[in-house]
Each structure stands twice: as C-alpha cells, then as structure tokens.
Design a protein around this ligand. Structure first.
Ligand code: CA
Ligand code: CA
Length: 654
C-alpha cells in the first residue's frame, strides 16, 4: 500500500491561546483540541478525540514528566525511548512516529450482531468516527492515563481507558462495553489495529516485518502480533485473554469481525515484510441487556517487557479452586488430584459464552461458567465454546488422579499363629510412591508395601500403621491390628499296648479339631478319639487345630502284641486258676524293654524286673499281696529311640 503524506492541519489561533491558558493547570494541561497527551518517563501517547491513538494537533510544550514531547510530525502518535537510555541517546534515540501522524492508521472497530462500527485516525485526523465520543477523564501521578468514551444511538457505551504504568515501555488499553438496550447483543467483536511504521522517522521504510507471534492455544491464552523495523524498532500489540486472536493484514480498519475470523485480507499466522496492519481482536458470544464486559490489550514498545505487559492484560481464564490453570505454551496444564477429591472449575469472565464441558459426567455445574469436577479417572478434560465464524475457544487440561488405596489390599484386623508370618499388604503403587510401616519391629522391609511381618511373640495384639504417598501427593493412612494367638496345644494320649486283632481307642484332647496320621488304620481320623483294630505297632501323629486355626502336633505309639499280657491289662487274678495269673509285658513287646516296676498303694515297690519275660504273680517275698489298686511303671525305648515311661493302674483281684 502506498503511503501518503499530508501537511498537518495548522493549529487554529484560538486553540493556541487556550493551550497557553491551560499550561499551568495540571488536569487539563494535557488535553487540547479534544485530544489527550500522555507522557511517562519512556513513553508518550496521543489520544485523539475519536479515541484512536495519534493526534492532529501538536502536544503541549511540556508533559506530565515536565519535559517536551517527542513527536516526529506535528501531532503525536505514540513514541518510546525503547532502550530507556534517554530520548537523545542511543540509535535510534527513540522509536517514534510509529504510525501517526505521518500517514497510516490506528484505530478500533466494534461489530455487534453484524453491524460494524469503526473509529480511526488516518493522517492525524479522525477520518472515520462511527462512534461519537470524547476524552472524558485524564490524570497523572504514579500513572498517567486518559479515558475516551463514546456513546452510540444503537444503545451501547464504549469506554477505553489508556494508561502508561510508571516507568514502563508499554501502555495498556482497558475496554469496557456496556449494552444499554433491553435486548441481548449477540456476536460482539472488538479489534484494535495499527499500521506500524516503526522506524520510518529515522530513515527506515514504511514496511515492517509483521509477525503473528502467539495465538491462544493449549497451555496459553496470549494473542500477540509484532512488527520490527529495519532500524530495530519494535512494537507488539497483544492480550492475554482466552477470547483474543492476533491478526495481521489490512490497513484501514473497517470492522472487527474479519480480523478476528481471519478473513481476507487478514491472516492469523506467519510473518511478512509488508506495509499493512497488525491487530489484536476479541470475540464475545453475547452481551446481555444492561450488562457490561471488559477486556484489556497492550501496546508494547520494548520486546524485553512483553511478558509483564501481557501480564497486565491478563484477566479471564480457567480457574481451578481459584487458581489459574496454566502451563508452558504447547502443553496442557495439569491438575493432580487424589481419588475422591473435587475441584471447583470456573471460566473466569466466561459469562459471555455458553460452555461445553468434556467428561460432563464427572462435572457438576453450579453456574453456566463453573462447577465441581470430581474426576473418576486420569485423562484429558476440557471446556470449550464455539465461535460463530468458525473454530472455538477451548481450555484443555490433563487430570491425574492419584489413588494409592486402590493398590492396597489389606484388612484392618488379621490373626497370626505363633511363629507365623504375614505379608502386610499387596498391590502395585505408581512409580515414585513412598511407603512407611511403623513400628518397624519384626517388619522385614519397612518401606515396602508387601513387607513381611514375622513377630517373635505370642498372645499379643500388635498395631501397625501404613503410610503411602503417591507421586501426586495423595496419601493413604491405614492401621492394621495383628493378633498373635496363644500357642496351640494338643495331646495324643498315652502309649498303649494292643492285642493284635482287637480294637484300641486313641485319646486325643486339647484342640478344636483333630487329624490323625496314618489315617488308614483308623475308623475316623478326624475324631478326637478314633479307634483302630490293632495289626502291628504304629506311631500315630495327631495334628490339633485350635479355635484360632493354629495347630500343634503330638504322637502316640500303639504297640501291637499277640500276647494278652502285652495289653497291660488293668487287672489280673493271681488265684492259681491258670487264667490271667501273672502280670507282665511278655516276649512280643515291640519296643526295647528296660524294666517293669509295680508299687502298692503306699508307694512300696512290690515287683521289678529288667526281663521282659518276667511277670508278677501277686506275691511279695512269698506272701500274697492284698486285693486292690497297684501302680505300674513300664520303661522302654520306642523303635524311634525315644525312651518312654508308661504309667498305669492295676487292680489285683482274687
Ligand atoms: Ca534512547
Ligand atoms: Ca507500515
């Protein structure tokens, strides 16, 4: 596009006189000809009567900083000592006349429900002024600012407050749009554009390298278009706002929809050396009757202050429990939650849209812009809204749900038999989880989930605590009571001598349930007192189980003998009738006999022999002993080499 230059309008004489009169009045000194002049240490901005930047008239002699302004033409566009080394130092000493009042265009446009409005100042003059307005406020101190406001008969008020943060090399525009009608506005667009001629004043051309530096997308909501001149001067125009888009292309701004939607001549990406515009644009699906909406953009005149300038524009975004969900550009923000947790999501400033929530089954709305998310699983969640001219505005974020409890199978109370061991828990924890058992006594690996507990104690209740923390910081606290039961016991009874072919009873006791081995000899191996037909000498093993399920073992011999005497009968009749006249063990004794001793009721020994074939005839020293009870003590060695003493009672009958 060809640049055109015109001679700036000469100042009317009357206005010069007013300027002189207001020199000493701080509030109004910087407003003349309907334009406002903002001056800070490193930035100067002229705001025209139509709200565009760039004035047709020369600024006052001195600005808020008490120094002269630095227009490169008669009027003042915006200029900056971008290198902050003084307005006369460096090269270029300052980057001036970026766009005005040389020739091209700065301005803004509004589109409401398909109706377009634009205000821009080409050639330092408000050439287009669809929205009539004026400077309504001005001030300086820590911050110098000027506010333009327009009211349109179609029923809206547009207010743009421009300020330069103290000492900064950028300036901010705060836009407020009020719907003064009784009907909702649909499809509201706003665009701010400039044709940058960054360093033309220093000999550069009108062309600049215009670049779309950022667009809102995963992990960030910056829209930023930049322009660099051949002399190194920089300008950025952007916003940190989910509903913003950067554009380049075009020259005279006519509407706000096309740059937002990227329609010819506008584009949303790439870099080009061109003499055309850069812009930042906004979209709002609706503005309800009587309501206002607000948003902010920044003109940045030093690339080193891009981030803080965009920070100053940041407002609406997705909040999780009140904190912004943010991430590095190109990656999704992530939320780390513990199973069962909820997080309150809110599209701050999102009331001008209708939002769709992905994973809505996990989302419980509390308002059109917020609700509780109680995620059931890790995954990508998001919220989005459609843009009428295409595309959408979307927030995506990854949710990681920690759940250490799901990996742990553990009762709160377990029992353990003496001498036993127990795997404390089981399962698979996410990598990076930490585990701690306490106390650590008798625990083989106190920092492993599947630690083994082997308590060296009996009849005790031991309480152990488990603490698991997963990589998301989710914690599981668990207590388990381990009851170590008393030691079990069982008695298989006394050894017996049984006559082969006859039935003997085993006498188990002391347990809740019994199991005899070998079972094949027995009528029922699970009885406490099973019986067997004696066939030979058998060693029975008894396993008894107590009420706690703990076991103990004992053993008993049944000595098989063909000789009746070997039955160690509990009575004998030494009456000389040849039947059962002599009490003894007999030659068929299965074990290795040591001795047999018999005592009377007063403990006196009445018989003893180390000869297995000997027997007692009921006499002592040739004298018949009285009828009654005697005690028998048989000592022998079992086939397995264990010495045993068998005691019994014997009744002498005549
Ligand atoms: Ca300088
Ligand atoms: Ca240009």
């Amino acid at each position: 596009m060809t640049e055109r230059r015109v001679t700036p309008h000469a100042l009317p004489v009357a206005l010069s006189a007013l300027t002189f009169l207001f020199q000493g009045l701080p509030i109004n000194a910087q407003i003349q000809g309907g334009a406002a002049y903002l001056q800070s240490a490193h930035v100067e901005v002229g705001i025209s009567a139509c709200g565009a930047y760039g004035t047709a008239y020369a600024p006052p002699a001195l600005g808020a900083e008490g120094q002269a302004y630095h227009p490169t033409e008669t009027g003042l566009g915006f200029v900056a000592d971008g290198d902050a080394d003084g307005w006369v130092d460096g090269f270029p000493p300052y980057c001036g006349d970026y766009f005005l009042p040389g020739s091209p265009v700065e301005g803004f446009a509004l589109s409401i429900g398909g109706t377009d409005y634009a205000n821009h100042s080409g050639y330092g003059i408000c050439g287009v002024e669809d929205i009539p307005g004026s400077i309504v406020d001005y001030g300086f101190g820590d911050t110098v600012f000027g506010t333009w406001e327009g009211v349109h008969p179609d029923g809206f008020r547009l207010r743009i407050r421009t300020y330069i943060p103290d000492g900064k090399r950028y300036f901010i525009g705060e836009v407020t749009l009020e719907n003064q009608t009784s009907t909702d506005f649909e499809d509201v667009y706003f665009s701010r554009q400039v044709d940058p001629d960054n360093d033309q004043a220093w000999g550069g051309g009108f062309q600049t390298t215009n670049r779309i530096a950022r667009q809102p997308g995963p992990g960030q909501s910056d829209a930023l278009a930049t322009a660099e001149g051949s002399m190194g001067c920089f300008i950025g125009l952007g916003a940190r706002h989910f509903a913003s888009r950067a554009s380049r292309g075009g020259f005279y701004i006519t509407n706000a929809r096309d740059p937002y939607c990227g329609e010819v001549p506008y584009t949303h990406e790439g870099t080009e050396l061109a003499d055309d515009a850069i812009g930042v644009n906004f979209f709002f699906a609706r503005l309800e009757a009587g309501e206002s909406l607000a948003f902010t953009y920044a003109y940045i005149l030093d690339a080193g202050q891009l981030e803080e300038a965009l920070d100053a524009t940041a407002a609406p975004m997705l909040l999780a429990d009140g904190l912004p969900l943010e991430s590095a550009p190109g990656s999704l923000p992530s939320l780390e939650l513990c199973a069962g947790d909820s997080v309150l999501l809110e599209v701050q400033g999102g009331g001008n849209f209708t939002w769709n929530w992905a994973h809505h089954g996990d989302f419980h709305p509390t308002s059109p812009t917020s609700g509780w998310l109680k995620p059931t699983a890790s995954g990508t969640y998001g919220v989005n809204t459609s843009v009428s001219c295409g595309g959408d505005i979307a927030f995506g974020f990854d949710v990681m749900v920690g759940n250490p409890a799901s990996a742990v199978v553990l009762s709160s109370a377990v029992g353990l038999c003496p001498g036993g061991s127990l795997e404390m828990a089981s399962g698979t924890l996410p990598e990076g989880s930490t585990v701690a058992w306490s106390p650590q006594r008798w625990v083989d690996r106190p920092n492993s989930l599947d630690a083994v507990l082997a308590p060296d104690t009996v009849n005790a209740v031991l309480r152990y605590h488990l603490s698991v923390t997963d990589p998301y910081g989710c914690r599981l606290e668990h207590a388990v009571d381990v009851t170590v039961h008393p030691k079990a016991s069982v008695d298989a009874g006394s050894n017996q001598v049984g006559v082969i072919g006859q039935r003997v009873y085993l006498h188990g006791s002391g347990a809740s349930s019994y199991a005899w081995e070998p079972a094949s000899y027995l009528d029922n191996a699970s009885l406490a007192q099973p019986s067997a037909i004696v066939t030979d000498t058998v060693r029975f093993t008894l396993t008894g189980t107590d009420a706690n399920g703990c076991t103990a073992t004992d053993a008993v011999w049944v000595f098989g003998t063909p000789d009746r005497r070997m039955a160690l009968a509990n009575a004998f009749t030494p009456d000389g009738d040849g039947q059962n006249d002599c009490f003894g063990v007999g030659p068929a004794f299965a074990g290795r006999f040591i001795d047999l001793r018999i005592f009377n009721r007063w403990g006196a020994l009445v018989f003893q022999s180390t000869d297995a074939n000997a027997c007692w005839d009921g006499t002592l020293a040739g004298k018949a002993q009285p009828m009654g009870a005697y005690t028998v003590q048989l000592r022998y060695v079992e086939p397995d080499g264990v010495e045993q003493v068998h005691g019994g009672s014997l009744t002498l009958i005549r």
